[in-house]
Structure formats: C-alpha cells, structure tokens
Design a protein around this ligand. Structure first.
Ligand SMILES: Nc1ncnc2c1ncn2[C@@H]1O[C@H](COP(=O)(O)OP(=O)(O)O)[C@@H](O)[C@H]1O
Ligand SMILES: C=C(OP(=O)(O)O)C(=O)O
Ligand SMILES: [K+]
Ligand SMILES: [Mg+2]
Length: 587
C-alpha cells in the first residue's frame, strides 16, 4: 500500500517553502511525496531519511532520473527550487560568449582541472576560475577537513546553479602513502645542507622538538636502513639515513630545500625504490573509505583513487558506489603513480572510467627520465580504450611563485596538448600558489594555440582505434561515431551534434578527436558535468525525445535564438536513439 501526497507549487513561483517540522512529519506519514509543477507531478526525494534531522539537507524531485527540482532543507524550512525545464537549453555563459564571438573553430578542446586549496576556495575565486575555463574542480582529501571540502563543494554547486556552469567535482583520495605530518603548525620548514633531522613515528604530546618530522607509517623506523636515501616530495629535498634509535630515524640533509606539511616520503636503497611492508598497505585506507562515503553523500562527479595497484580495487570501489549511490553515477579515475600501476596498466584502465597521469608521485617511483614515455603510453592507451585521461602535476610549477611560466613548462603543456590528452591539471599552482588565474590562463592559451596549429597544419596522426564495444549494438555505435568523425573532417563541417542520454556516444566521438567541436546534448545535469572532462565536448543539458527530427528543430531554434549557430552552418548529427548519421545545413 503506498500512500502519497501531492503539493501544488505556488503558481509561477519556483519555490516551495514548508516548515521543516511539517516536512518531517509528512515524511513519517507519507512514504511518497509529489510536487506538482504545472501539469506535471514529480516525486520529491530526500537524499536520505536521516538527513531530515540534520540542520541542512537536500530535497529534490526526480523525473526519469533527471533532477528537475532541487532544494535545501534548512533548520526551519524547505525551499524547493524548480528549474524551468520546458524548452530550455543549459550551457554556461563562457561557452556561449565564446561561440558567439569567435565561432566553432576557436573553442578549446583540451579540458582543465584545478585543484582547489586555500588560494582558491572562496566563492569569487571559484567563479574567476570557472570564467577562466575550469571544467573540473579537484579537492585533495590529503589536505583540509571534510567541513572545508563540503563548503567548497557547496560553492561550486551554487556557482553552477546560479551562473549556468557545469563545473564537475573530483574528489581525490589520500591513499596509503607514507607522508610527513604537520610541521607543528608552521606553513613550511627549511632543511639546510648537512643538518641532522629526526624522522619519528612517535606521538609528541607537548610540541614538536626542533628539526623533527613525524612520519604517518608505523613500520617506518623498522623498514628503513642506515644508508638509505629519503626523498621528500619526489626529490625536492633529500636526506641520508645515518642512525636508527628505536622509533627515531636520524637523517642528514643532502639536498636542501623547503619542507611542506604532509609532504610525501619515499626511500631508496642502491638506486631503487624500497617497497617493503608499505607495499602491503591497502590502496583504499579506512580513512579513504570515510572520505568516499562523504563523496558519495555529497554527490561528487569523480572519485580519483591514489596509488592504484590493480584492477581489483577499482572493481571493488565501483560495486561499492553502485550499491550506495543509486541516483548518481560517480566515475572512478585511476591515478597512475606507482610501479604497480604501470605494470598492470591495461587491466586498470579497462576497469576504470578514466585515468590520471599523476606525475608527482610517479616521478618519485620511477626514474624521472622515464616519466615522459610513461605519460605517452598512458595517454595513448586511454584513448584506445575510450577512457578520459588527465595529465597532472608540475605543469606550471614555477607559477606557484612567479607570474610567468618557464619556457620549459610551456613546452611541457604543449606536449600534453599535442598528445591530445583529455585534460590538464593544476595542483599547487591553483591550490596555494600566488597566481592561480594566471596559471589557468596559460593552460587555456597554450591549449588553444597548439590545437589551432595542429588543425592548420593537419598534423593528423591517425590512431588505430580498436573496437571497445562488447555487444553488437555497441559496435554499431562505435562505427557510427568513427564514420561521423571522419566525415566531419573530410567535409569540414562546423560542428558535430550528439544526442546522448548516458554520454557514451559523446565519448566515442570525442575519442576520434575530430577537427570540429562536438555539441553534446544530454538530458541530465550529472551527465553534462561528467562530459565536461572529455576532449572537445561542449556539453549542453536539454530535454529531448526519441524523435530526432523534432530534437534537431528544437536545438536549431534554441541555439539560433541565442546566437550560438546561424543559418547555413554545416552540422553532422548522431544519437544513441537512432542509428544514423545526418548531414545538414542549419535552416
Ligand atoms: N584543501 C587544502 N588545504 C590546504 N592546502 C592544500 C589543500 N589542497 C592542496 N593544498 C596545498 O597545495 C599543494 C598542492 O596540492 P596537491 O598537489 O593536490 O597535493 P600534494 O602536494 O599533497 O600532492 C599541497 O601540497 C598543499 O600545500
Ligand atoms: C596528482 C598527484 O597526486 P597527489 O597530488 O594527490 O599526490 C601526483 O602525485 O601527481
Ligand atoms: K591525493
Ligand atoms: Mg600523488
């Protein structure tokens, strides 16, 4: 027996406000609550029943898996905002302006990820990044409290709602790496050549003695040997182990430098990385599981897993997410940053929804001169297997302190763009650097310039794209996308249009890296956000039907009305509802 209750939202008002107590008691009495908006009725869903007792929680209504109503349940009221849905097209203001002013050819294909930290966590700072082209905001659970991260997520969500952006959120786990603790509250500490520092696994109750570093891994003092080399942050500072005294390890600084709180530690013996017992630590620690629960509850779009060793952990996490996050589909990104992840690369990428070349830790685990070829290998394999790939770490490291990049950094960014990675990522440059917006502008400008050069010179390195589909229907979709992309290049069309509910057809087109931009129309805001990580896709949210003719007419008139396309533009359209390729001029 299902009891249900319907609310009529006040006419024209996009808000439905009810006292919280009323809502709580209503949910006790009625398992199903519906909201009536116009002629349509939508079930109101709350994120979880326990949330009703919290001071703030989310309420939303879902129509065919598509959220049309979202709201916040506060201490004493519930405000439900109705997104006007009929005939609207959601695209951000930056894309819209870019299309209007410069046309299709000038849109940026390479996507940009910014790590959010103290330098960029304010609403206005986040807005500047979004305006500057940030497609994905990354939060690193290695730093900051969950409360801090929650506030950042809230601000990004608000930015999307109020300003039409589709900035996705990526949560990055801490992982079971060995790292230093806080520096007794200091923002950094300088280690000078020849100084003796103590690395200890002891807990110091009353203040940290001078030149002492806490290590988070209990087996540390047992595992290191006198003569080992200790690398902080992949070699930014180096020490040599000189003496072991119980839980304390005395080390002499051999390469001086700045120590930052919670910096990563690796130790080397006879020129190779030591992977004693810490290799046995779980990829996802108990703290990571709590962070993952937090990420699921907050509805993040991507979860990036640090120090992935095999496909098993990815499969495990994916089934965990599937069981818990029924309404949302969180993509799992494997961070390639260890020797094991390179060893098991193909199975890891096949199991994941995407990968990150995490060059920071990777460069601490394999010789630096091997990092570029590893990057190229990961980028290529991801493209072949149709998984988005992010190139991360030290792209513009000097811009943490200086307003212009080095020529070498620009060359590095160019190379990643030339490899046609899906996305580039800023870490410290945007999290705690002096010039976050300038760094983002460098990524943007270099991407645009290299992409243009690439198209002008037709430096087309055709890549063998193997079949990735497992069913016959998948194979058809693939063939359609491969052919449509090829036609788009040969006919020099202005844009590819793809109508896709899950985003799959859009990613298949993106994989072909065509010359023209890909307008991806999708029915849900969450798919729209997720597509924002993929090369060349301009994601729009749009309600559409199974009737392609009417979809196209509707899209043309909406885009024309907003000045984003004009009569005569040549377009190729594909969809995952109708297995066909249509070539047409905008009427
Ligand atoms: N949430 C945060 N709170 C404080 N500092 C942060 C935060 N996120 C990042 N940072 C700072 O930015 C630096 C670069 O970020 P990132 O590369 O993600 O981390 P890590 O250096 O630990 O690999 C960090 O070392 C840290 O100093
Ligand atoms: C991106 C990376 O991971 P993190 O910043 O979490 O260490 C990296 O190691 O390059
Ligand atoms: K991390
Ligand atoms: Mg790392």
């Amino acid at each position: 027996m299902s009891q249900s209750l319907q609310f009529l939202t006040p006419s024209r008002s996009p808000y439905l406000t009810l006292p919280k107590q009323t809502v709580t008691s209503l949910y006790r009495r009625f398992p199903v609550i519906k909201l009536l908006i116009g002629k349509h009725s939508f079930p109101a869903v709350k994120s979880s029943s326990s949330d009703l007792d919290a001071t703030s929680s989310k309420v939303g209504a879902v129509d065919n898996g598509q959220t049309v109503v979202t709201g916040v349940l506060s201490a004493d009221s519930v405000a439900v905002r109705v997104q006007s849905d009929s005939g609207s097209l959601e695209v951000d203001t930056v894309t819209e302006a870019e299309l209007k002013e410069n046309g299709f050819r000038s849109t940026r294909r390479t996507k940009l990820v910014c790590t959010i930290g103290p330098a960029t966590c304010g609403f206005e700072q986040l807005e500047s990044l979004a305006v500057g082209g940030m497609n994905v905001a990354r939060i690193n659970m290695c730093h900051g409290t969950r409360e801090w991260h929650r506030r950042v997520i809230e601000r990004v969500r608000r930015l999307n709602e109020e300003k039409g952006f589709a900035v996705a959120i990526m949560m990055d786990t801490e992982g079971s790496e060995i790292h230093m603790g806080e520096l007794g509250g200091a923002p950094s500490a300088k280690a000078e050549d020849g100084e003796i520092w103590t690395f200890s696994v002891r807990a110091f109750d009353s203040g940290l003695p001078e030149r002492t570093i806490i290590v988070n891994y209990d087996g540390f003092a047992e595992d290191v040997k006198v003569g080992d080399e200790l690398l902080v942050d992949g070699g930014m500072v180096r020490f040599e182990v000189t003496e072991k005294i119980g839980p304390d390890v005395k080390c002499r600084c051999t390469d001086p430098g700045l120590l930052l709180p919670r910096a990563n530690l690796t130790f080397w013996r006879d020129g190779s990385l030591v992977r004693e017992r810490n290799a046995m630590l779980p990829t996802i620690s108990s703290k990571d599981w709590l962070d993952i629960d937090f990420g699921i509850a907050e509805g993040v779009d991507f979860i990036a897993i640090s120090f992935v060793k095999s496909a098993e952990v990815i499969n495990h996490l994916k089934s965990y997410i599937a069981a818990r996050a029924r309404d949302s589909d969180i993509a799992v990104i494997a961070k390639i940053e260890s020797i094991d992840s390179l060893k098991n690369l193909e199975e890891i990428i096949r199991a994941s929804d995407g990968a990150m070349v995490a060059r920071g830790d990777l460069g601490a685990q394999i010789p630096l001169e091997q990092v570029p070829s590893a990057q190229q290998r990961v980028v290529k394999l991801c493209r072949q297997l149709n998984k988005p790939v992010i190139v991360a770490s030290q792209l513009l490291e000097s811009m943490i302190e200086y307003p212009t990049p080095t020529r070498a950094e620009v060359a590095d960014v160019s190379e990643a763009v030339r490899q046609r990675a899906d996305a580039l990522m800023l870490s410290g440059e945007s999290a705690m650097g002096q010039y976050p917006e300038k760094a983002l502008a460098v990524l943007r400008n270099v991407s645009l310039r290299i992409e243009r050069w690439w198209r002008e010179e037709k430096r087309y390195e055709a890549m063998e794209l193997p079949d990735v589909g497992t069913s016959f229907a998948d194979s058809i979709s693939e063939e359609i996308c491969n052919s449509a992309a090829k036609m788009a290049n040969n006919l020099e069309v202005d844009a590819l249009f793809v109508y896709t509910k899950t985003g799959h057809m859009a990613s298949l087109l993106s994989r072909c890296r065509p010359d023209c931009p890909i307008f991806a129309f999708t029915t849900t805001t969450s798919v729209r956000r997720r597509l924002n990580l993929q090369w060349g896709l301009i994601p729009f949210r749009l309600s559409f039907s199974d009737d392609m003719e009417s979809n196209l007419n509707k899209t043309f008139s909406l885009l024309k009305a907003r000045g984003m396309i004009k009569s005569g533009d040549l377009v190729i359209a594909v969809s995952d509802m109708l297995q066909s390729i249509q070539v047409m001029n905008v009427p």
